[in-house]
Design a protein around this ligand. Structure first.
Ligand code: ADP
Length: 719
């Protein structure tokens, strides 16, 4: 009986296409195939097979099967689920699932083996080669090196037929975790949490837990033990740990290596394509058992995923906002559900969504309320910048300067935290008042002194800092307004000329090696003052760091985003949490112009519960997440008339649905990016509403002109 194969392509198409299965190909679901699409040949994945032919219109045939490991059923279900969740085409999440395959498979390597023929002439060098070649096939260079002879000797033996060329499959084995290593001795609350997680794993099936523990309480040790339990339960089981900004948080990798004797498999954008290919294949083969990765690791072809950990689950970088839009925390829960795995969300400052789920009993709530060992949580103090302002043109207030001096005099380290890259966030002309803006984009150019350039942090545009104002031509009139980390560093150097000072931001540290070098030198006490953006605010343990100074605690409160309070609390609690993580007590000082603000008061009182309660009440009152659901619809295009017409048509086509309100269109928070104007609708729905269904139906009711792009952002991070 002929069969029809549904083939999903990693492209923006609404569904899988049907092709005829050629006789004898014997396809299976999950197989990679090539198919014709118009004049092109495209690679896709078989998602369905059924008996039949195309009827009157014969179907084009599948061209061939590609010999890559098939996608497991869990991945296919996940791709489908993710597309529906994000109201997007399934081709996008499929493309993410195939990302590891972009690089070609490793080819067999050329090697030399003994043929059994005896050399016509025996020399001591040739004897050594014969002995070395006994070990098995080896590349000629490696053989010469192993025998300690020149390449010429080996070549002579090949020419004589003593050695012959053979091809060996590349070594695809992954070192396996050593589960016999002893765990850390956990403290009683860690042990209690680890026990619960083990019980949950033993019970099997999908379950979720929130590991909610103050900074330094030892959450990592707890989930390491959960990983050990998951790996020990079954020789094929796999675990996935998701981390934000993993390239800069190598410390966690080292802890896995110390615990299991092997480095976990890494998956993030800084991993080279050949290594990604290898990781992908290792995961598909079930060989790679511990994967530590960024959000996109969720799309890997796990065969037997037993545990997913999302560390720093509150972190905004789990939200992907370009291309395929998704919140990795939510997708992690979905993937675990599909695989029947345990998902653990860990944080010292969980998202309100996760706290809400824990309060409602949907997530098992595990709390660690004290730091491990003798370490105490840092004292948090507020510095009222209205009462003790810095000198004009400076950013560090007298109390903070004093605290840094005291730390220096005791030989202790300080962290000055400012979540802003560069030297100054704004450059303006004193003569004409014009602000330097990014071309065709609604954002200021940020001055970077190290590079002497003005940079748009949104689009990546950059230019050399001009000597004259490009608007009025005035010479030397450009002034830098406000501080970035580079400027705080400059001030610190001026104030503490003898101190050893370093900057940790994505402009000074861009890869794992750089991050490790800086973290190591901080840990070794070679730095007195670290000036850092949030790149350094999380994950690190610096034993001698006793003071954290937050240069501008109000920064992320500005801007009117309804999540600003939550975000600020999380960021500052994490930053403050770097201080005093070992024996020496720590202190955090927050510079603010609004010390009476609820967020800052809650931080000062170390009263997260009060903050959460107030924030939850506000959200409930307003029907905002987690009490209601939100989605943003962003329409953008270069032609304002076409955009406006489309937005009007979309507004007029809003379906009438109970429990749903649509606001807008209004200018999106970034109203102009790379010459495209952006308009936004916000959709607020009661939790019982099928929000995705509503959005899909709405979109179908207005035709999108060619110049306009519409993007749906379900559960937006900013609102
Ligand atoms: P968190 O992830 O909760 O911020 P960590 O897991 O990084 O905390 O632990 C904080 C510090 O305490 C780390 O230096 C860690 O090595 C140490 N630590 C945590 N638990 C233990 C333990 N049971 N025994 C020894 N050291 C521990």
């Amino acid at each position: 009986m002929p069969r029809i194969a549904s083939v999903l392509l990693p492209m923006p198409l609404p569904e899988a296409f049907d092709y005829a299965e050629p006789e004898g190909l014997d396809l299976a679901i999950g197989d990679h195939v090539t198919v014709p699409l118009g004049p092109r040949v495209i690679r896709g994945v078989v998602t369905g097979l059924r008996d039949g032919t195309g009827g009157n219109r014969p179907l084009k045939p599948v061209l061939e099967r590609v010999d890559d490991p098939p996608l497991p059923p869990g991945v296919l279900s996940f791709v489908e689920w993710a597309a529906r969740y994000s109201v997007d085409v399934p081709g996008w999440p499929l493309a993410m699932a195939l990302r590891g395959l972009r690089h070609p498979a490793a080819k067999p390597d050329k090697a030399l083996v003994l043929t059994g023929a005896q050399p016509a002439r025996m020399t001591p060098a040739r004897l050594k080669v014969l002995a070395a070649a006994e070990e098995g096939p080896m590349a000629s260079g490696a053989l010469a090196a192993a025998a300690g002879v020149s390449a010429g000797v080996v070549k002579g033996m090949v020419d004589e037929g003593v050695l012959a060329v053979t091809w060996v499959e590349p070594d695809t084995r992954f070192p396996q975790p050593d589960l016999s290593r002893p765990p850390q001795t956990l403290n009683p609350s860690q042990q209690a949490s680890a026990d619960v997680l083990s019980e949950m794993l033993a019970a099997g099936g999908f379950q979720a837990a929130l590991l909610d523990g103050v900074t330094g309480s030892g959450k990592t040790e707890v989930y390491l033990e959960a990983a050990a339990a998951a790996l020990a339960a079954d020789p094929d089981s796999q675990v996935l740990i998701l981390l934000p900004e993993i390239a800069l948080t190598q410390a966690v990798l080292a802890r896995f290596e110390a615990r299991f004797g092997v480095a976990p498999v890494e998956w993030h954008s800084a991993v080279s394509p050949p290594r990604r290919r290898r990781a992908w294949e290792g995961v598909a083969a079930g060989q790679a058992r511990i994967v530590v990765g960024a959000r996109s690791a969720l799309f890997l072809p796990f065969r037997k995923l037993r545990l997913v950990v999302v560390d720093e689950e509150h972190d905004g970088s789990f939200k992907q906002e370009e291309g395929f839009i998704y919140q990795a925390r939510d997708l992690a829960v979905a993937r675990a559900k599909i695989e029947g795995a345990l998902v653990v969300l860990a944080s010292a400052t969980p998202s309100l969504e996760s706290l809400w789920n824990a309060q409602a009993g949907r997530y098992r709530w595990l709390r660690l309320s004290a730091r491990h060992g003798a370490a105490q949580l840092p004292d948090i103090g507020l510095i009222d910048m209205r009462e003790t302002p810095p000198e004009p043109g400076r950013w560090l207030s007298p109390p903070l300067v004093k605290a840094v001096s005291v730390a220096l005099s005791r030989g202790e380290q300080s962290l000055l935290f400012l979540n802003r890259r560069g030297y100054a966030p704004l450059v303006l002309c004193r003569a004409c008042g014009e602000k330097m803006k990014s071309p065709d984009t609604d954002s200021w150019l940020v001055e970077h002194r190290y590079t002497g350039r003005l940079v748009c942090h949104l689009t990546g545009f950059s230019m050399k800092k001009p000597e004259a104002c490009p608007h009025c031509g005035a010479k030397d009139s450009l002034t830098s307004i406000g501080p970035g980390v580079e400027r705080v560093e400059e001030e610190a150097r001026h104030l503490f000329p003898d101190a050893r000072i370093a900057v940790f931001s994505s402009d000074t540290v861009f890869d794992a090696a750089g991050a490790r070098a800086l973290v190591d030198s901080m840990a070794a006490g070679e730095i007195d003052i670290l000036v850092a953006t949030q790149a350094a605010a999380k994950g690190h343990n610096f034993p001698n760091l006793t003071l954290v100074g937050v240069v501008d605690a109000d920064l992320s409160l500005r801007g009117g985003d309804l999540r600003a309070g939550e975000r600020t609390f999380q960021l500052l609690a994490q930053a403050a949490g770097r201080a005093g993580r070992h024996e020496k007590p720590g202190r955090a000082l927050l510079q603010t112009y609004a010390p009476e603000h609820g967020v800052l008061q809650a931080l000062k009182a170390q009263d997260r519960d009060a903050f959460v309660e107030a924030e939850m009440a506000m959200r409930q009152e307003a029907g905002l997440p987690p009490f209601g659901r939100l989605a943003a619809v962003i329409a953008s295009g270069p032609d304002p008339v076409a955009l406006e017409a489309y937005c009007n048509a979309l507004a007029a086509a809003t379906p009438n649905a109970e429990g749903v309100e649509v606001f807008g269109p209004a200018d999106a928070p970034l109203a102009l990016v790379r010459g495209r104007r952006r308009k936004r609708f916000l959709v607020r729905a009661e939790r019982s509403v099928d929000l995705q269904g509503f959005l899909a139906a709405w979109r179908a009711r207005a035709k999108v002109p060619n110049s306009v792009r519409v993007v749906f952002d379900v559960d937006p991070y900013s609102f």
